[in-house]
Design a protein around this ligand. Structure first.
Ligand code: NAD
Ligand code: MG
Length: 398
């Protein structure tokens, strides 16, 4: 691809938080992109508006009941409309230069894998792909010769600080955590926390699932697993530091004692623009960033007693892909139940722990050697997590 030809791009999860930030970056570079497909789970009207603004070729909504609304909203635009899981995968498999994978949860695995099989490079926001099937995912990416560029801000920071030729001299990788809204809360207060309090993230504006994951710090646990797969380091060389200002996103400690970090505003358009421009850089419309006005940067150790999800994720990482897959499945079920008001905040991590226990870390389940196998283990994790939560509700009301 020559430097000046438009990059062909698709966005999976275009209506979400990362999706709309991606739309912003693209609209800020007129002529730099040709958009092939945009997709969403539901919300046909928002998806249609994005498709029209980006002049996409096709818009696909996963929920078949939204098909009519999408067709209507795109009538006369010349943009194709489709719905359903098969159409989503077909759209993801249209070969382009770069697919932005910004669906939330394990639901993103099959479409993102289809994009890999089609030979498209991936800008990966959907970290759950790596948590549910990391070895398979990156194995297929390598076989297909595609690049997987990390959008997740901490991993993007590490990617920026990485000198590939000095990989053997990497002593450790550190990712930072804001600590979320409950950084200084007691466990008693956390158990009574409302959904609104858990959704009130101090630094980042994100979709609801990852915002709850930030409050439990499961997000950082998922990110340790993500970093293990992306950078090939064992868990004992992957560190997490709580840094409430969210200015330093991550750093690499090299064997010679040098530390290379990446800093910037807590604005996802920065790592997204980095992936979209890579290996070059684009100008973005982000606010000027002034370290002097920020003044003080602080760093603390995470508290694994108040935030057990982080320890659970590390434990699952040592258990392998089936264990991390179950961790993710149980977490998705529990976060959904919390958001619907069905369980308390601390029940999220308790449900994940109990599900992993009941399934013995997945040791009796099939190896994750295909997308179907990954989804089968995920299904089993969800089934057991629902049973765990059902038992809790029965205990409470009974
Ligand atoms: P979001 O909830 O705002 O958006 C999710 C998108 O996925 C939407 O377009 C939605 O329609 C689509 N979607 C949901 N369920 C679907 C399904 N079953 N089938 C097809 N499409 C479906 O989420 P987000 O905050 O943008 O996060 C997206 C991913 O990026 C997550 O994996 C998250 O962990 C990761 N991430 C997000 C941020 C952030 O700042 N928001 C930062 C780092 C990583
Ligand atoms: Mg992150």
């Amino acid at each position: 691809r020559t430097g000046d030809a438009p990059r062909r791009i698709s966005i999976l999860g275009a209506t979400g938080s990362v999706g709309t930030s991606t739309v912003d970056v693209i609209l800020g570079r007129p002529g730099a992109f040709e958009v092939e497909a945009v997709t969403a789970g539901t919300r046909a009207a928002e998806l249609a508006e994005i498709a029209i603004r980006l002049k996409a070729r096709i818009a696909v909504v996963a929920d078949p009941s939204c098909h009519g609304a999408l067709v209507e909203a795109l009538a006369g635009t010349g943009i194709a409309a489709a719905a359903g899981e098969a159409a989503l995968i077909e759209a993801a498999a249209r070969p382009v230069d770069l697919v932005v994978a910004a669906i939330v949860g394990a639901a993103g695995l099959a479409p993102t894998m289809a994009a890999i099989e089609a030979g498209s490079d991936i800008a990966l926001a959907n970290k759950e792909c790596l948590v549910c099937a990391g070895s398979l995912f990156l194995g297929r990416a390598e076989a297909a010769g595609v690049h997987v560029l990390p959008v997740d801000s901490e991993h993007n920071a590490i990617f920026q600080a990485l000198e590939a030729e000095n990989m053997p001299a990497v002593r450790s990788i550190t990712i930072t955590a804001s600590g979320g809204p409950f950084r200084s809360w007691t466990r008693e207060a956390m158990q009574r926390a409302s959904v609104a309090e858990a959704l009130n993230h101090p630094r980042w504006s994100m979709g609801p699932k990852i915002t709850i994951d930030s409050a439990t710090m499961m997000n950082k646990g998922l990110e340790v697993i993500e970093a293990h797969h992306l950078f090939g380091l064992d868990a004992d060389r992957l560190e997490v530091v709580v840094h409430p200002q969210s200015v330093v996103h991550g750093w690499i400690t090299y064997a010679d004692g040098s530390i290379l970090a990446q800093l910037g505003a807590a604005d996802m358009r920065i790592p997204i623009a980095h992936c979209l421009a890579w290996p070059r850089r684009y100008a973005t419309e982000t606010k000027p960033f002034d370290l002097v006005s920020i003044g003080t940067l602080t760093f603390e150790k995470p508290d694994l007693e108040r935030f057990p999800a982080l320890a659970l994720a590390r434990g699952a990482l040592s258990g392998g892909d089936r264990a991390t897959n179950i961790l993710n499945a149980a977490n998705e079920v529990a976060v959904d139940a919390f958001l619907k008001g069905g369980i308390g905040f601390l029940d999220i991590a308790a449900c994940v722990a109990e599900t992993l226990d009941r399934l013995a870390g997945g040791s009796g389940l099939p190896d994750i050697d295909s997308v179907a196998a990954a989804l089968a283990v995920d299904g089993e994790g969800r089934r057991v997590a629902r049973a765990v939560l059902g038992g809790r509700r029965a205990l409470r009301t009974g």
